[in-house]
Design a protein around this ligand. Structure first.
Ligand code: SF4
Length: 235
């Protein structure tokens, strides 16, 4: 049990167990098996394909090589009739466009819709703490969502909305060329991997995404961890 793991547990707000009468707190924390991501990758060999869009009447523009152009396209997008009517603004994504890590969530919530930035509010603070605890200040990564507009009442994205919006995320991935992608939450994980497998089966493994075969790791959404603190240790 090293100081870095202790820092991580502290960042997530997980109590560390210390036996009574023991001054050696660090040595006393129970050992937990390390995540199997790096220890036993389950790469199947073939790259994970980009999900096949379900039928949609919207035809995306060809990918652009310019971040500014892409941002403008997203800001003016009206592909999803309901979402572009109910959103305050689109939420393009935020962070370092030279980042090695790309964090991908589901969709903007109420606060993200208001501020125009993903992962703000309490869930964002927890995500920041988790990233910082592994040596990644928020400004060193890029953070985006599968969907760039908030679904009303935070409902799950509809398949047509996901297929409409995925080309933007694919364009972001092509521009960023991340060394690793971290999908947080079931919706992001299932859509990136084109599967309906439960999150419990997807996390703790190393997946790969797209033509670049980018390593992809799945974990819990910080909003879920706020509701279910008992799973923080697994994250
Ligand atoms: S969710 Fe994506 S595809 Fe749909 S309107 Fe918003 S930006 Fe366009």
């Amino acid at each position: 049990m090293g100081p870095s793991r202790n820092a991580y547990l502290d960042a997530l707000g997980i109590d560390r167990w210390v036996p009574r009468n023991s001054p050696a707190e660090v040595a006393a924390v129970p050992e937990v098996a390390p995540p199997s991501v790096s220890a036993s990758p389950t790469r199947a060999g073939a790259p994970v394909p980009v999900p096949t869009p379900s039928p949609s009447t919207w035809t995306p523009l060809p990918p652009t090589g310019d971040w500014g152009v892409l941002r403008e396209r997203v800001a003016g997008c009206t592909a999803c009739a309901e979402l572009c009517r109910t959103r305050t603004q689109t939420v393009f994504g935020v962070g370092n466009t030279r980042a090695e890590w790309l964090v991908i969530g589901e969709a903007p919530g109420a606060e993200e819709d208001r501020q125009g930035e993903p992962f703000v509010g309490r869930a964002g603070q927890l995500l920041n703490a988790m990233l910082l605890a592994i040596g990644l200040p928020r400004e060193t990564v890029f953070i985006a969502n599968v969907l760039k507009c908030r679904p009303p009442a935070n409902r799950d994205p509809k398949p047509a909305e996901v297929s409409n919006c995925l080309p933007y995320l694919s364009n972001q991935i092509a521009l960023l060329k991340p060394k690793i992608m971290l999908a947080v939450g079931r919706i992001a994980a299932q859509n990136l991997l084109a599967t309906d497998a439960p999150l419990a089966r997807l996390r703790g493994k190393l997946h790969h995404f797209g033509e670049a075969n980018t390593p992809l790791v799945i974990t819990y959404h910080p909003a879920y961890l706020l509701r279910t603190p008992s799973d923080k240790r697994k994250a």
